[in-house]
Design a protein around this ligand. Sequence first.
Ligand SMILES: *[C@@H]1O[C@H](CO)[C@@H](O)[C@H](O)[C@H]1NC(C)=O
Ligand SMILES: *[C@@H]1O[C@H](CO)[C@@H](O)[C@H](O)[C@H]1NC(C)=O
Ligand SMILES: *[C@@H]1O[C@H](CO)[C@@H](O)[C@H](O)[C@H]1NC(C)=O
Ligand SMILES: *[C@@H]1O[C@H](CO)[C@@H](O)[C@H](O)[C@H]1NC(C)=O
Ligand SMILES: *[C@@H]1O[C@H](CO)[C@@H](O)[C@H](O)[C@H]1NC(C)=O
Ligand SMILES: *[C@@H]1O[C@H](CO)[C@@H](O)[C@H](O)[C@H]1NC(C)=O
Ligand SMILES: *[C@@H]1O[C@H](CO)[C@@H](O)[C@H](O)[C@H]1NC(C)=O
Length: 438
Amino acid sequence: MERRAAALPLLLALLSSYVWTGGGRGTSPIPPPSASQLSPVASLAAAVAGGSTLDPRQLAALQSLGFPISVDPCAAPSPLGNATACDDDAPFRHLVSLRLANCSPDLDIPSTALRALSTLRSLAFVHCPIAAPRRLPPSLLASLRLFSCVASLSHLTGLWLSHLENLTELSVVGVSVSSRRGASVILSKMLDLRSATISSANLSGVLPRSWHALGLVHLDLSANRLSGPVPSSVSVLGFLEILNLSSNALTGTLPNTVGNLAELKIATLAYNSLSGPIPDSMSQLSALVHLDLSSNRFNGSVPSFLSEMKALEFLNLENNNFQGVLPFNASFLRRLKVFKVGGNSNLCYNHTLLSSKLNLGIAPCDKYGLPVSPPVDHSDSSDYSDDDNDEDSGDKGGGGGGAATHHTPSKLVLGVAIGLSCFVFLAIFLVCLSKACG
Ligand SMILES: *[C@@H]1O[C@H](CO)[C@@H](O)[C@H](O)[C@H]1NC(C)=O
Ligand SMILES: *[C@@H]1O[C@H](CO)[C@@H](O)[C@H](O)[C@H]1NC(C)=O
Ligand SMILES: *[C@@H]1O[C@H](CO)[C@@H](O)[C@H](O)[C@H]1NC(C)=O
Ligand SMILES: *[C@@H]1O[C@H](CO)[C@@H](O)[C@H](O)[C@H]1NC(C)=O
Ligand SMILES: *[C@@H]1O[C@H](CO)[C@@H](O)[C@H](O)[C@H]1NC(C)=O
Ligand SMILES: *[C@@H]1O[C@H](CO)[C@@H](O)[C@H](O)[C@H]1NC(C)=O
Ligand SMILES: *[C@@H]1O[C@H](CO)[C@@H](O)[C@H](O)[C@H]1NC(C)=O
């Protein structure tokens, strides 16, 4: 009761200021002269009648963030833009979720507002180009489970993020995060984390060697400047289902321990400088649906075990240095939703198993299992010429410029000749016909 009594004047003040600003709708720039006298009682009655029982301190905090309090923040959660959600506490409800979208760059979040919002479990900033608050109050840090920052909060540091220890879900996208020790410092204290996305965040350094959030299900560190190898310790993440490390500067070979990621469904390592073979242990990844190793420097042969992975639907191996004969048949490729293998100049397909109509982007093999007539190579192509006459002549027709320019006009001339003779024949026929009739 005491709390309520203390809050009442504040509430009245807020409500009156709401009326002064035209209910946040901006419909009437000039407030009615009697508003300051009439509105408090009227608005309070309206608020109570409307059932807005949000904690007055939180109502004030929302107003300081520019929320129109004409709308009951607990009653009208909007899926787009700014949104709030409340619990069912009595006598006052409390905010559990707050999302600030498209803020003005001038928005200043007062520290009193942050303290008042310490019941939040979820906090999101979307396109809010404001400076990150210097620090979040300990009560808010303890309460927050989900934190999301999309193209928001400048001057974000790894240390600042690392204080969000109780998070289960972290998402930082399109923000430059300065962190001298890369992702390690950010993730080191978040023991309950299940989903971590730090993407397009200008993150440098190496991948963490020690992992603390052993329950991670989703790890996305894509589109950063991370370098060095994929550490073999990644295999401790036994619940990992989604791993996205694409568009970084990772080097070295994939550790054989990746085979221990028994739950892995989606693995994207595209656009790095990873090298060496696809590890044999990957054959144990029986849940794998999506494998993207494109645009790296992987070499060695394409392992045939990939065609025995029952769940696989997406396989992208393009732009690497794979070599030898592609060990897949048409029925496997038909099963896949996406298969890409182009841009591997030393890889070829067996033309008795796979049709050239599949347009795989690699050459067919000769009988030694080498690509027939590599496009740029002139001197070596003659070596294959007497091995496989059909392939070779077909290839010369397409590849050799001279042959192609020779063939095309002769076909053209023949076509024109046939067309002309048909026309002449038809003309004679018509003349004869008209004479016969006439
Ligand atoms: C969210 O609120 C801010 C003020 O805090 C406002 O400028 C912005 O337009 C609102 N965005 C949406 C999508 O309602
Ligand atoms: C995390 O939450 C627990 C209770 O759920 C609390 O005891 C702990 O202090 C919180 N951690 C931080 C850093 O606030
Ligand atoms: C990215 O980080 C580097 C230092 O690691 C810094 O020089 C650069 O300005 C940052 N880029 C952006 C867009 O913040
Ligand atoms: C991985 O991250 C990249 C870059 O952020 C993104 O474009 C891509 O959709 C992600 N892939 C998957 C499978 O999530
Ligand atoms: C793959 O490339 C590495 C150098 O990056 C080389 O040492 C190795 O022999 C290559 N493996 C094969 C099978 O060509
Ligand atoms: C295609 O390859 C798969 C896996 O290697 C094999 O199980 C299947 O029998 C093959 N199908 C044909 C038609 O050869
Ligand atoms: C292509 O497949 C056929 C039939 O399976 C096989 O006899 C032949 O050796 C294969 N060629 C190469 C180069 O692997």
